[in-house]
Design a protein around this ligand. Structure first.
Ligand SMILES: Cc1cc2nc3c(=O)[nH]c(=O)nc-3n(C[C@H](O)[C@H](O)[C@H](O)COP(=O)(O)OP(=O)(O)OC[C@H]3O[C@@H](n4cnc5c(N)ncnc54)[C@H](O)[C@@H]3O)c2cc1C
Length: 499
C-alpha cells in the first residue's frame, strides 16, 4: 500500500482521502487554511452560523455512498432533509412559482403559476433531459475522461442525436419551451457549472433532470457539517490532516515520477502518490515543472474560467414570515447578466441588476434565538482580475455593491434592510485567498463551448503518480460531481500498479 499526500482539504481532497485510507493506504492531507471544507466554508458570527459556499445538496445518494463505502453510514453525523419546495422563483413580470420537489407535482404547479400548457412543455423537456442523463452519466460523470470512453460510451447514432453535442443548452431549451419564464428557469442551470447558457452544451440538460429527479436537500445545522463529518470519518479511519501547511511544489525523482511535495517553508515530505485538490490552474501554473504542464496548461488557456460569486451573509432580526428555503429573484435582463460576468460587449463587470439567490434555512441550530435568521445571498460575479477585469479589493466597491443588491431585492419585493443586525461580505477576491483558486472561479473551467469537457484537466496528469481531484478537474464542480471525481481517482489508484 502507498503513502499518499493529498494537497487540500476541500470536498474532493477529503473524499479521496477517505476512500484511499479505507482501502488501506496511508494518507496525509495538507491544507493551507486552518480548517476543512475549502469552498464549502462556514462563518460563525455572533451566534449565527452561515454557510459561505454550497447551500443546496443534489444527488444525495452520492454523499450517502461515500460514507457507506468507507465504513458505517453517515447518518450519525449528518441529518439530511428533503425540502418540500425546491425553490421559489420570482420572474421579471412578477409571476411567482413555488417549484415542488417531486417530479409528479411539477407539471400542475407550472400550469397553476405560469398558465396552462407550461407543465407539458417542461415535462417534454425533462423527458429529453432524462434521455441525455441516461446516455452520459456512465461514460462521462462516472468514468475517467478520455476520448475513447466518451466515444465508446456514446456509441450509437441515436445516442449522438439525443446528446446533440452541436447544440447549446439555450438552443435545446428553445425546441421545447416557448414560455420565456421556463427558458429562464432552464438558463439558470448553466450557472450550476459556472457557465453561460448561450454557450454551454445541451448535455447540461441533465442538471435540472438530476436535481428534480433526486430532489433538493439540506443538512440540519448547515452544509458545513458535510465537511466536518468527512474530516471525522477520515480521522476515525486513521488518516491525518495538517492545517496551515501550504504546498509550493510537487517533487519528482530521477525518472520523473512523483516522490513527494515541497512546502512553502522549504521542507519536504515524501510520498508514493500525490493527489492535488488544489485548483488545476494553480497545479499546472505553479506546482509542477513547466515542461510537464505544457499540454494541460495549453488546454486550460483555451477554456473560459467559470464565473465567481459575490456573497452577502445577513444576520436578521424579525425576518419576513413564510420564506421559502431557496428563493430566486430573476434579473430583468438575463443576457446582460451573462455578458457582464463573462465580459461580452465590454470588460467583465459587476452585474448592475443581477439575479439574486437567497438561501433562508428554517433551522434553529444556525441562529442565536427566536425571530432571527441567517440568510445567504448570492449573485453571479466576474472573477477577481485586477489587471483585465474587476478588482474586488478596490476601496468601497464591495460595500457599495452589497447596498445595490439589497436595493434590487427591495425592488423585487424582498426588502430586509431594516431587519439587518449585521452583514458580512465574501467577494471573489476573498474566495481566491481562502481557497487559493485563481480569480475565485467557483467551478474551475466553465462549460462554455462544445469542447469544454475535453479542455477540463483529466484526473491523471503527465507526471506519473500525480492525480487531480475536485471541481476544476474532471468531471466538474458542485458537491456531487466533486465526490464522483474522488471515486474516479480512488478507482484509478486501485487499478494502477503499487509503486
Ligand atoms: C458561493 C458558492 C456557492 C456554491 N453553491 C453550491 C451549491 O449550492 N451546491 C453544490 O453542490 N455546490 C456549490 N458550490 C460548489 C462547491 O462548493 C464546489 O464545487 C466544491 O466545494 C469544490 O470542492 P473542491 O474539492 O474542488 O475543492 P476546494 O473547495 O476548492 O478546496 C481546495 C482546498 O485546497 C486547499 N489548497 C489549495 N491550494 C493549496 C496548496 N498549495 N497547499 C495546501 N492547500 C491548498 C484550499 O485551501 C482548499 O481548502 C458553491 C461554491 C461556492 C463558492
Amino acid at each position: 500500500m502507498s503513502r499518499v499526500i493529498v494537497i487540500g482539504a476541500g470536498v474532493g481532497g477529503l473524499a479521496t482521502a477517505m476512500r484511499l485510507q479505507a482501502a488501506g493506504h496511508d494518507v496525509t492531507v495538507l491544507e493551507q487554511f486552518d480548517t476543512v471544507g475549502g469552498k464549502l466554508g462556514v462563518i460563525e458570527h455572533d451566534g449565527f452560523v452561515f454557510d459561505t459556499g454550497p447551500s443546496l445538496v443534489t444527488m444525495p445518494h452520492v454523499l450517502t455512498e461515500l460514507f457507506d463505502d468507507t465504513g458505517a453510514p453517515g447518518d450519525e453525523f449528518l441529518e439530511l432533509e428533503r425540502l418540500p419546495v425546491a425553490a421559489r422563483y420570482r420572474f421579471p413580470d412578477g409571476t411567482v412559482l413555488d417549484l415542488p420537489d417531486t417530479l409528479d407535482h411539477i407539471p400542475s404547479a407550472l400550469d397553476d403559476a405560469l398558465g396552462p400548457g407550461s407543465g407539458a412543455q417542461w415535462s417534454a423537456f425533462l423527458g429529453r433531459a432524462q434521455a441525455i442523463w441516461d446516455v452520459t452519466h456512465g461514460p462521462f460523470l462516472e468514468s475517467p475522461m478520455s476520448v475513447r470512453t466518451m466515444i465508446g460510451g456514446i456509441a450509437t447514432p441515436s445516442d449522438v442525436r439525443t446528446v446533440a453535442p452541436w447544440k447549446t443548452l439555450r438552443g435545446l431549451g428553445s425546441e421545447y419551451l416557448s414560455d420565456s419564464r421556463l427558458a429562464m428557469l432552464l438558463d439558470r442551470y448553466a450557472t450550476y457549472t459556472g457557465s453561460d447558457p448561450r454557450r454551454a452544451p445541451a448535455a447540461l440538460a441533465s442538471v435540472p433532470w438530476a436535481e428534480q429527479a433526486w430532489g433538493s436537500w439540506y443538512v440540519r445545522g448547515g452544509l458545513g457539517r458535510i465537511a466536518t463529518a468527512m474530516r471525522d470519518r477520515l480521522l476515525a479511519l486513521g488518516g491525518r490532516i495538517e492545517f496551515g501547511v501550504e504546498v509550493s511544489r510537487v517533487s519528482t525523482d530521477e525518472h520523473g515520477r512523483v516522490d513527494g511535495v515541497v512546502l512553502a517553508d522549504g521542507s519536504r515530505r515524501s510520498a508514493d502518490l500525490v493527489v492535488a485538490n488544489a485548483d488545476a490552474r494553480q497545479v499546472f501554473d505553479r506546482l509542477v515543472p513547466r515542461r510537464s504542464a505544457r499540454i494541460p496548461s495549453a488546454l486550460l488557456r483555451r477554456s473560459t474560467p467559470s464565473l465567481s460569486g459575490f456573497v452577502l451573509l445577513l444576520a436578521l432580526d424579525n425576518p419576513p414570515a413564510d420564506q421559502a428555503h431557496h428563493h430566486v429573484l430573476f434579473a430583468e435582463d438575463y443576457d446582460e447578466e451573462f455578458d457582464a460576468v463573462f465580459g461580452f460587449n465590454g470588460p467583465p463587470r459587476p452585474v448592475a441588476r443581477p439575479t439574486v439567490y437567497i438561501s433562508a434555512p428554517d433551522d434553529p441550530e444556525i441562529v442565536p434565538g427566536p425571530d432571527t435568521a441567517a440568510w445567504f445571498v448570492l449573485v453571479n460575479a466576474p472573477r477577481h482580475d485586477p489587471e483585465h477585469g474587476v478588482d474586488w479589493d478596490a476601496a468601497g466597491l464591495a460595500d457599495k455593491y452589497a447596498d445595490q443588491i439589497m436595493q434590487v431585492m427591495a425592488d423585487r419585493g424582498l426588502d430586509v434592510r431594516d431587519q439587518v443586525r449585521h452583514r458580512l461580505l465574501v467577494t471573489p477576491a476573498d474566495l481566491e485567498r481562502r481557497t487559493m483558486t485563481p480569480g475565485g472561479s467557483i467551478y474551475g473551467s466553465s462549460s462554455n463551448g462544445p469542447r469544454a469537457a475535453f479542455l477540463r484537466p483529466k484526473n491523471t496528469s503527465p507526471i506519473p503518480g500525480l492525480y487531480l481531484v475536485g471541481g476544476s478537474s474532471h468531471p466538474g464542480g458542485g458537491l456531487p460531481l466533486v465526490m464522483l471525481s474522488a471515486k474516479i481517482v480512488a478507482d484509478l489508484i486501485a487499478q494502477s500498479p503499487t509503486p
